[in-house]
Ligand binder design. Structure first.
Ligand SMILES: [Zn+2]
Length: 291
């Protein structure tokens, strides 16, 4: 029934927006199945019909991944400054205020400590709902601090990314966070402590080009867009059509940029198994030698 469908390309209806609509019923973005919102926690906010992974916020990920009640947030009082007094169509300070009201967060990342199946860890989870999960000074500082604490306390570090990249409104200050987070992770690596990086839809730009790609183990949710520049920019730059599935998790797995694609329902188990491997492997070997 073409007469009530949009047939012109390039015109986006509100249905194209990935933010979850309000109400009891939820339409799957991929297969159009109508889903019952109160049941979505049970399926980890994935579609039971087609496995489409709905976007969820940082708090929800912490709930899914960590032992109940184990999370302790750190550096929540860090808030973005506006040293450039940047303004595009809106003032940066107004965008920050709008994002804060919308998400209840002080910036696009929540960081702290917790445990997975009793294994202690430091964790930082980006939140796409806050200015597209963009990395400005606060995101970079929180990632650096949580990493330094992991080093001090000899904990594993887990980062979970969903980001449009560097925060343009902070100019060069946002790009500096790439170097800062990478330097902090180099210290973690030098201390022999593991970093597990989980990539979710989408992980792009400066976040991909820094801490998100520096995991000792890199996991990705199915069909997440992961890349530096987006496919449209690349296509227009190289003047070539891109291969099927380009920049999606499964494509990156095939090409060696991702270690495993993990359904959200299995993330917690997978994470616990990886951390147990890094934490217990030497002890297991020692026990074997004692025998
Ligand atoms: Zn579906």
């Amino acid at each position: 029934m073409a007469w009530f469908r949009r047939t012109k390309k390039g015109i986006k209806s509100r249905g194209d927006k990935k933010d979850m609509p309000q109400g009891v019923w939820l339409k799957c973005e991929a297969c159009s199945e109508i889903l019952y919102r109160p049941e979505m926690d049970k399926s980890f906010w994935t579609c039971p019909e087609c496995n489409y992974h709905f976007r969820i916020g940082s708090r929800k990920y912490l709930e899914l991944l960590l032992d109940e009640g184990s999370f302790r947030e750190e550096d929540a009082n860090l808030t973005p400054a506006d040293p450039l007094e940047f303004r595009d169509s809106k003032k940066y300070s107004d965008r920050v205020e709008t994002a804060r009201k919308k998400t209840g967060l002080n910036d696009a990342i929540v960081a702290g400590r917790g445990s997975v199946k009793g294994i202690p860890l430091s964790i930082a989870v980006l939140d796409f709902g806050y200015m597209g999960g963009s990395m400005g000074s606060v995101v970079g500082e929180r990632v650096a601090r949580v990493t330094h604490r992991a080093v001090e306390e000899r904990r594993a570090l887990v980062t979970l990314s969903s980001s449009g990249g560097a925060r343009m409104q902070e100019g060069i200050l946002s790009l500096m966070q790439m170097a800062k987070t990478s330097a902090a992770l180099a210290k973690l690596s030098a201390e022999g402590l593991p970093h597990v990086s989980i990539l979710t839809h989408p992980t792009t730009g400066g976040v991909t080009a820094s801490f998100a790609s520096l995991g000792d183990v890199i996991l990705a949710e199915p069909k997440a867009l992961i890349g530096f520049a987006g496919p449209r920019v690349i296509r227009e730059t190289i003047k070539q059509e891109l291969p099927e599935g380009f920049q999606r998790s499964e494509f990156l797995l095939e090409h060696g940029f991702v270690d495993r694609v993990v359904h959200r329902k299995d993330l917690r188990d997978e994470l616990a198994a990886i951390l147990a491997f890094f934490g217990d492997a030497p002890m297991v070997l020692n026990t074997a030698e004692d025998d």
